[in-house]
Structure formats: C-alpha cells, structure tokens
Design a protein around this ligand. Structure first.
Ligand code: GDP
Length: 175
C-alpha cells in the first residue's frame, strides 16, 4: 500500500484536450481503477495522485485534470507550471477533437517546460465502429511532432496503465 512509503519523486502530469474526450475518466481509471458512466463535467481545479514503482523508484504521480476549464478556453499557465508530463487526449470517434490537437500542442509548448514529455492519446478505442480518426493519421502526426502515441479505453481499461507507465518511465529517464 501507500502507507509509510518513501517517495523518491513527485511528477506533475497534466491532462489536456477538448471537452468530453475522456480526461476525467482516464484519470479515474488510472488513479482509482474506476469508471463512472454518468460522469458530470468537473468544476474547479482538481488533481489526483497515485504512487507506483517505476524502475525500482517510488514515484508519486500528481495528475491534473482541467476541471472543465477547456470549455471556456481558460486553461491558465498555472495549470502547466511545474508539469513534467502531459497527456494530450482526443476522442477517436470525434474528428474535431483530433483536428484541435495541433492547437493544444501549441498552447502546451508555449506554457510548459521545454523538456516536457508528451503523450498523444486517442481515447474510446472501445467504440471502434464509430471511429472517425484512423490510427495511422494519429501515428504520423505523433511521429512528426515527436510525441508518444497510444490508443486507450478508459471504459474497458485498455492501455491506460500502459500509457501512464510509458510516460512516467520516460519522465524518470529525464531526471
Ligand atoms: P472530459 O470532459 O474530457 O473529462 O471527459 P469525461 O471523462 O467526462 O468523458 C466524457 C464522456 O465520454 C462521458 O460520458 C464518459 O463516460 C465517456 N467516456 C470517457 N472515456 C470513455 C471510453 O474510453 N469509452 C467510452 N465508450 N466512453 C468514454
């Protein structure tokens, strides 16, 4: 358990991307292994933590959710401050959420530390029949922009652990 554990590092990660792509549910899945079907839009600043082992170190991941601020294009520089990792999330069934990724990336790069580790995440991979973004398109974009890329499902818990572990391992490699 997390009781009495010696923490080697605290890493701040931020979640960004359009409203309703699944940021809150990805966080709930990673931090508490939960998913709630009737998740309401989160209001107010919010982060959750999970302590885990990466390369035999005890890492406390402090993961921030935009808490609905993205609806008002009001994600502030305070949100990005100190972040060593970012999950840039789109919804594989919503083309627009992928088209906005470049804009999010620009905002991220203008606010965040130069060395920030960025993961491009195509969420809702369980909705394959409604797919609007080909995996190849996202893969190419990620390669061009030097981002890690993965498709996830917060609902089915597919690749969520893998995505965060990959990001945290890369961040750990940077310290
Ligand atoms: P946020 O606004 O980006 O934080 O998005 P939410 O986490 O609130 O999710 C928006 C909606 O998408 C909710 O109705 C969720 O239940 C749903 N959702 C989130 N992740 C997934 C997923 O992986 N698969 C499916 N099918 N639905 C999801």
């Amino acid at each position: 358990g997390e009781f009495n554990q010696k923490i080697d590092y605290v890493f701040k990660l931020v979640l960004i991307g359009d409203a309703a792509v699944g940021k809150s549910q990805l966080l709930a899945r990673f931090a508490r292994n939960e998913f709630s079907v009737d998740s309401k839009a989160t209001i107010g600043v919010e982060f959750q933590t999970r302590t885990l082992a990466i390369n035999e170190k005890t890492i406390k991941a402090q993961i921030w959710d935009t808490a609905g601020q993205e609806r008002y294009r009001a994600v502030t520089s305070a949100y990005y401050r100190g972040a060593v990792g970012a999950m840039l999330i789109y919804d594989i069934t919503k083309r627009q959420s992928f088209d906005h990724v470049a804009r999010w990336l620009e905002e991220l790069r203008s606010h965040a530390d130069r060395n920030i580790v960025i993961m491009l995440i195509g969420n809702k991979s369980d909705l394959g029949s409604l797919r609007a973004v080909p995996t190849e398109d996202a893969k190419e974009f990620a390669q061009r922009e030097n981002l890690f890329f993965m498709e996830t499902s917060a609902l089915e818990a597919t690749n969520v652990e893998n995505a965060f572990q990959t990001g945290l391992t890369e961040i750990y490699g940077n310290v």
